[in-house]
Design a protein around this ligand. Structure first.
Ligand code: FES
Ligand code: MG
Length: 577
């Protein structure tokens, strides 16, 4: 036990269930006697939950069933009592209309599950990319010590003897296919693109989130990039189990002890350094809201100006995450980033970030570059503002064609995702490579924010070799994707944001260096359009989606529910126990 932990030693939460010789104590113990636990076990040992998002329908999380067994073994080895609880699983490519709105539902399930059960600490098992932030958000609000373990990246296979198949490769292939430029055997690609169990293996949202968990200090150092099928991940699971018992025994550190301003700054620094997913901006904003850290979009831009792209990993670079692991993993990345980090930030490991990076080493400087030899020059993630996005919008600059960083073009507006598919290849649209493709009504309220921000390019332009155009939307973009996409425009069109007022042919100006996004239309004309604007009819009359429509916040605040910001300590009335 080191200094990092000594201030805690809070009384065990589980004692309120199990350590009293009264009728409720009798009921709780006798109930779990049926699960094989003795009175002595329950009265003397800390209790650790394993929250598992495993599902047959979610191959990204499929190995979590086996990992939970290893976590369980670790908990038993350290003298704790493990209880595994299944949760809903969010399978990114399967769940309709998009997995995004269910992040908040899973976060609520996590929070209430933790609060309702006699856990002294918890190990969170997630992988596919909405499961991770949901687990973090729920656990942060429940204020119970936790440790996160990801399923790990999949191990991509070669489709046809050529390049390894992965999600970023799918996007490139789709463009080539639409341009009539590939002979690829699509069926072979389809059967191998997900390769093995585990989450997407480039620096998409899942890999970005699990890497961020190390920088936030809520995952074991070096754990995030180990592939799902690698036995080292099983060893990490046992270690997580053992460590969780230590957290349980002393009652901390709790989420709010770790997730402070320093932790978020460190996470944003890493996100920029790996050219990570823009979705993580939304998830970090939401998580910060849970722990009362006043994080804003501006902070991402401030930090982003100082952080070069040092991880040579797709989609901004060349390699997959396994190469990042063999190059030293996140601890090595953090070591390079050391001068930009808060080294005194605490972690669930018990050490500070500074202590962790002391023993880290870069093993492959081609994959993890020094600060002065980045993969590409310039900033990776930028935040732009202007009369088209008064509350901001984001862009993954490192995955876009720099020729579009200063661009002026005429808008071609798509009212919703359906109209893109119907019209994008219509020669009558009058699109050229300077046009600015606009997608609206795809924000958090408008359409539960699907990953449609990388609008497809028109076939006739792809055939002419065009591979990037400026696209602007209130949607998100897959972390595995790339292109000059200005995303998360806030406020969104469906709540009356200026994006709703754009018309075909309007001139739009983007200036990345100036961080400016401007709709070049007279203010009087915009005001006339605003007066004529009608909000879209809300379609959900009942159920969770109605709750979602009524309470989801805008992208620049993380799309959490307004009533979920903040955290509660144990709110269970003492008298009941
Ligand atoms: Fe699950 Fe990419 S589809 S992480
Ligand atoms: Mg996704």
């Amino acid at each position: 036990m080191n200094d990092n932990e000594t201030p805690h030693k809070r009384p065990l939460r589980s004692a309120r269930w199990f350590r009293k010789d009264d009728l409720p104590g009798f009921v709780h113990r006798s109930t779990l006697a049926a699960a094989g636990w003795s009175r002595e076990d329950l009265m003397t040992r800390p209790v650790v939950g394993i929250l598992n998002t495993w599902s047959d329908m979610n191959p990204c999380n499929l190995n979590l069933r086996a990992l939970a067994e290893d976590v369980r073994t670790g908990i038993l080895e350290a003298g704790g009592i493990p209880f595994e609880i299944p949760l809903m699983s969010l399978s990114e490519n399967i769940i309709k209309p998009t997995s995004f709105p269910f992040r908040n539902l899973l976060a609520m399930e996590v929070e209430e599950t933790l609060r309702a059960h006699p856990f002294d600490a918890v190990v969170l098992l997630g992988g596919c990319d909405k499961t991770q932030p949901a687990l973090l958000m729920g656990a942060a609000s429940a204020r119970i010590p936790f440790l996160f373990l990801a399923s790990g990246p999949a191990t991509p296979r070669s489709a046809t003897g050529g390049q390894l198949a992965n999600a970023t490769g799918v996007w490139r292939l789709v463009d080539q296919l639409r341009a009539g430029q590939t002979q690829c055997d699509f069926a072979a690609f389809e059967s191998s693109v997900m390769g093995t169990v585990g989450h997407c293996a480039e620096m998409g949202t899942a890999s970005s989130m699990s890497a961020l968990c190390e920088a936030l200090g809520v995952a074991l150092p070096g754990s995030s990039m180990v592939p799902a099928t690698d036995r080292r991940r099983n060893q990490l699971a046992r270690e997580a189990g053992r460590r969780s018992v230590e957290l349980a025994a002393v009652g901390g550190p709790r989420p709010e002890d770790i997730l402070d301003v320093r932790a978020f700054d460190n996470a944003i620094t890493l996100l920029c350094a790996v050219g990570g997913s823009t979705n993580c901006i939304i998830h970090l904003l939401a998580l910060a809201g849970r722990v009362g850290v006043p994080l804003t979009l501006e902070r991402f831009d401030e930090i982003g100006r100082k952080v070069p792209l040092i991880a040579n990993v797709q989609p901004a670079g060349e390699h997959l995450t396994e190469r990042l692991m063999t190059a030293g993993g996140v601890p090595a990345l953090l070591k390079v980033l050391g001068p930009l980090l808060h080294l005194d930030a605490r972690t669930v490991d018990g050490r500070t970030i500074g202590e962790i990076i002391d023993s880290a080493e870069v093993l492959d400087p081609e994959v993890i570059r020094p600060l002065d030899k980045p993969v590409k020059p310039g900033e990776t993630l930028v935040v732009v503002k202007g009369n088209l996005a008064p509350d901001g919008a984001v862009m993954k600059a490192c995955a876009a064609d720099p020729k579009l960083f200063r661009h002026r073009g005429r808008a071609v507006v798509f009212e919703n995702v359906q109209t893109i598919a119907d019209r994008i290849d219509d020669p009558a649209l009058g699109i050229d490579e300077n046009s600015v493709l606009i997608l609206r009504n795809a924000g958090p309220v408008g359409a539960a924010m699907p990953e449609w921000g990388m609008l497809p390019l028109p076939r006739q332009l792809l055939e002419r070799g065009v591979r990037d155009m400026l696209r602007i939307s209130d949607a998100r973009m897959s972390g595995t994707a790339y292109g000059a996409a200005v995303l998360h425009v806030s406020p969104e069109a469906a709540v009356g944001g200026p994006l709703a007022l754009v018309r075909d042919g309007d001139v739009i100006e983007l200036d990345v260096a100036e961080r400016r996004l401007q709709l070049c239309v007279d203010p009087e004309e915009l005001e006339r359009r605003r007066q004529a604007w009608q909000p879209p009819v809300r379609v959900h009359a009942r159920g969770y989606r109605r709750l979602y429509d009524q309470h989801v916040e805008q992208a620049h605040r993380g799309c959490d529910f307004d009533f979920l910001r903040g955290a509660d300590a144990d709110t269970l009335p003492e008298g009941l126990f």
